[in-house]
Ligand binder design. Sequence first.
Ligand SMILES: Cc1cc2nc3c(=O)[nH]c(=O)nc-3n(C[C@H](O)[C@H](O)[C@H](O)COP(=O)(O)OP(=O)(O)OC[C@H]3O[C@@H](n4cnc5c(N)ncnc54)[C@H](O)[C@@H]3O)c2cc1C
Length: 378
Amino acid sequence: MGSANRADFVIIGAGIAGASAAYWLAPHGKVVILERETHAGYHSTGRSAALYMASYGNEQVRALTLASKPFFDAPPHGFSEHPLLSLRGALMVAERGQELVLEQHWAVLEQMKTGARRLTPAQACELSPALRSERIVDALIEPDAADMDVNAIHQGYLRGLVAQGGELRMNSEVVDLVRHDDRWIVTTKGNEIWQAPIVIDAAGAWADEVAHLAGATRVGLQPCRRSALLFAPEGFDDFSKWPMTYGASENWYFKPDAGQVLVSPANADPVAPQDVQPEELDIAIAIDRIESVTHFKIRRPSHTWAGLRSFVEDHGLVGGFDEIQPGFFWIAAQGGYGIQTSPAMGEACAALVRGMPIPSAIADWGLTKEMLSASRLG
Ligand SMILES: Cc1cc2nc3c(=O)[nH]c(=O)nc-3n(C[C@H](O)[C@H](O)[C@H](O)COP(=O)(O)OP(=O)(O)OC[C@H]3O[C@@H](n4cnc5c(N)ncnc54)[C@H](O)[C@@H]3O)c2cc1C
């Protein structure tokens, strides 16, 4: 057994959840992130569709997303050389039978005062010319939806951690967690040992497994596979400015991505935590759905992949101390919103970990400690 290293906060997982919390905790003590993989964005964080959409998710998620916008718009000097957001717009289209879903989403948007507009089918097809106009009966646009530079955001957090004296340790899978007196003894697969009064579980799809190691009660996390593909469309010259276009029933979407088009069947297939790969059927379904609502012909995808979106029952994020295990803090259930919520979630959790209230700039969006806590799940 090696000798113990000491930290104030040990964070398990270097995805966007762990990285953002580390960034805001680093000024307040010695922070160490232990990450199993050799690359910090290997799992969900590196596999997202990179869209910021304020209306996505439930009330808690929307509040976190809105509270994150000021950081994305004006990150601190030196955080990134590139803008973190670039306007894209999100176009929702309804086919026959989906009109009510679109109406319900419109009601949410009206309440949020996002600047969203209703569109005729013809206007929708003008904005997203691959659409088959005969299939569309209603549409709306959320103009301030934006592409996120996920790598710049993630690396900005991790660079900030290191610049403030924190450490990021790769190839460091946590295999044992024991509470001894007032501290956690954290052991990695390589037999490295860390001691800290507080351990933060930001293990993504594995957050329940890590909690189990610590003797904490699982929050009931369900990882769900979402698959995607990229292809080079033929017959469309300049599609780079098209909005992200999605079916009202959230059963397909496409968006321009680095000179190609990203397509997803918007699946959410429950699976065990794993290095998930796309099923052939997911890709076939994606192609079938997209070809039926658009004029795209997808002959051969240039790339296919899948990632895990992990949810608890109410599809909100979880951030707070475990009710039973002292010094065990959850940052989990980032679902399909982990990147777009990361500034507010990271900052709020960094405050709660230190026993501080949620900063007012975030709380002003209606967020409370109780809304983030796992105890709401019953
Ligand atoms: C196809 C797809 C599209 C998406 N689109 C969007 C989008 O447009 N906008 C958006 O905001 N979000 C989107 N998401 C969701 C977003 O990607 C996730 O919410 C987010 O990346 C989750 O971050 P995380 O840090 O919780 O998990 P991860 O990135 O998976 O990080 C968790 C880390 O913990 C590590 N780990 C686990 N167990 C251990 C252990 N025992 N010891 C050490 N390390 C461990 C893992 O190796 C992993 O690196 C999408 C996701 C998918 C799959």
